[in-house]
Design a protein around this ligand. Structure first.
Ligand SMILES: NC(=O)c1ccc[n+]([C@@H]2O[C@H](COP(=O)([O-])OP(=O)(O)OC[C@H]3O[C@@H](n4cnc5c(N)ncnc54)[C@H](O)[C@@H]3O)[C@@H](O)[C@H]2O)c1
Length: 328
């Protein structure tokens, strides 16, 4: 098949070329949107990532251009209008799980960095400053951590946190019986937010979870609690979180995702003036750590993403069963 790969960075090209099972690949650096959808003429499929847009208008244009398949090289699919895709008859295949440990380990790295401030210590020592002032953290042993969502990534983080001796509780509308049998305590969203020192989000972005962290739910947090989001930016109302940080209600914030990330993340904007005032404000807090959607970014995950993407492409091309198809 002839596949147009959008949002293609050098590392995408490296891994997709290495594991290609004989498809013709053309790489585009831009994210797919209505303005550049004309590029997809004469392609059989497009390969998309988290910040490519496949709304109804884009999907209609893709179909007009002869595109029959969307290969998502990610797990989340909130950027695709599934109803419109089903009506138009365009298939959507994704990579449902690839090294959930990669994202869970990144969430843990954010917790450790925010708590023990190793990023500040690194810079201080390089500057000849060996003072410990304001570097004090807290023990994770016995700390209460709430997992919002206990699917593949939540489960992987649960195992890591257990190793640290944390006391873990969770909210998930579909609790996992195996984890429950292992002693994980499930409770309502309000209860787990009220009880935890650290809250980590691992649920998908849906109509139900949109802005699940907002002015009201932030009031449930313990004063000085830590919030980690490695899932999707729009789980959080950013303006409300900024107010909570300013008042000291929220004590630490770790973000690997951001609601308006598509205009920022994966690009070097170091010579530009950032126009997004919310992220500029977030960056200014001493207790906020932001990474640009790199949770997935390990060698193992990149290999699995490439392999599963091509097995999805092969299944479609050869009329085989497509277990990774998503429908509304
Ligand atoms: N930062 C990254 O690089 C990166 C990489 C991969 C995935 N992700 C994000 O992580 C999310 C979780 O991934 P996963 O593989 O664990 O997904 P998963 O489908 O295995 O698990 C999601 C869990 O969330 C639960 N859930 C659904 N709605 C919920 C709600 N409103 N409140 C609480 N729980 C809810 C589900 O029941 C399920 O148990 C993905 O949706 C994606 O957005 C981020």
């Amino acid at each position: 098949m002839k596949i147009a790969v959008f949002s293609a960075c050098v590392y995408d090209q490296e891994f997709l070329e290495k594991y290609n099972t004989n498809h013709q690949l053309v790489f585009f650096e831009q994210a797919l949107n209505f303005d550049n959808v004309a590029l997809t003429k004469a392609f059989d499929a497009v390969c998309l990532f988290v910040n490519d847009r496949a709304d109804e208008k884009v999907l209609s244009a893709l179909v007009e251009n002869g595109v029959k398949l969307i290969l998502l090289r990610c797990a989340g699919f909130n950027n695709v209008d599934l109803e419109a895709a089903a009506k138009l008859g365009i298939k959507i295949l994704r990579v449902p799980a690839y090294s959930p440990e990669a994202v869970a380990e990144h969430a843990m790295a954010m917790i450790l960095t925010l708590n023990r401030k190793t990023h500040k210590a690194y810079n201080r020592v390089r500057d000849g400053n060996f003072s410990l002032a304001s570097l004090m953290g807290f023990n994770l042993n016995h700390a209460k951590v709430a997992l919002i969502g206990t699917g593949n990534i939540g489960k992987a983080l649960y195992k890591i946190l257990k190793g640290f001796g944390c006391s873990i509780l969770a909210y998930d509308p579909y609790p996992d019986d195996t984890l429950r049998a292992e002693g994980l305590v499930y409770a309502s969203l309000k209860e787990v937010l009220c009880d935890a020192e650290i809250v980590s989000l691992h649920c998908p972005l849906t109509d139900q979870s949109f802005h699940v962290i907002n002015e009201q739910t932030l009031k449930y947090f313990k004063k000085g609690a830590m919030l980690i989001n490695t899932s999707r930016g729009a789980l959080i109302n950013t303006a409300d979180v900024i107010n909570s940080l300013k008042s000291g209600q929220l004590g630490y914030l770790g973000l690997d995702v951001y609601e308006q990330e598509s205009a920022l993340f994966f690009h070097d904007l170091s010579e530009k003036v950032i126009q997004d005032d919310l992220i500029a404000r977030l960056i200014s807090f001493p207790n906020v750590l932001i990474t640009s959607h790199q949770g997935f970014f390990t060698r193992e995950a990149m290999q699995q993403i490439a392999e599963i993407t091509f097995s999805n492409a092969d299944a479609f091309a050869n009329g085989k069963p497509m277990p990774n198809e998503i429908k509304p």
